[in-house]
Design a protein around this ligand. Structure first.
Ligand code: FES
Ligand code: FES
Length: 168
């Protein structure tokens, strides 16, 4: 009987070349967490529903539990650890999440921040509806989403006035 085959893969993660071994069945999220030690990317379900595992692969938001590590070979990956500046300055989305109390337990937050960051890259001034639709794949068990919408609006530089008058 042969052993389980493992293959070496190499990718760029948060601007650094990262290499490691993965089985054919290894999911990207497990490679990031267990091989590279990047535990900011969370696993919140086994049904691809929660969005806690969202990272950026070649500039696109991806649920990393839905992608094999081998498929990411050669890709450019950004995880939550790569979002802040090297000196620790939070990104505008991270700052807005803090300022608007858009997290409680924080378990969903890495995925929320990665998804919201991808949204604002593609659509710098989203409407409230567009924010809600884009974040449909990210579940939060704590906040009720209202402060998350506030945070994304703020990170996009939009005033909260209309949102506040409609949601008070
Ligand atoms: Fe829940 Fe990936 S861990 S969607
Ligand atoms: Fe707890 Fe979102 S802050 S799940």
């Amino acid at each position: 009987m042969g052993g389980i085959e493992v293959l070496e893969i190499s990718l760029v993660v948060n601007g650094q070349i990262a290499a490691g071994y993965a089985e054919g069945r290894t999911l990207l999220v497990h490679f990031l967490r267990e091989t590279l030690g990047l535990t900011g990317t969370h696993v919140g379900c086994d049904t691809s529903q929660c969005g806690c595992c969202v990272v950026h692969v070649d500039g696109c938001a991806v649920k990393s539990c839905t992608m094999l590590a081998l498929e990411a070979d050669g890709s450019d990956v950004v995880t939550i650890e790569g979002v802040a500046q090297p000196d620790g300055t939070l990104s505008p989305v991270q700052r807005a999440f803090v300022d608007h109390y858009a997290l409680q337990c924080g378990f969903c937050t890495p995925g929320m921040v990665m998804s919201a960051t991808a949204l604002l890259k593609d659509n710098p001034k989203p409407t409230v509806e567009e924010i809600r639709v884009y974040l449909e794949g990210n579940l939060c068990r704590c906040t009720g989403y209202r402060n998350i919408v506030r945070a994304v609006l703020t990170a996009s530089g939009q005033a909260l006035g209309e949102f506040e008058s409609e949601h008070t």
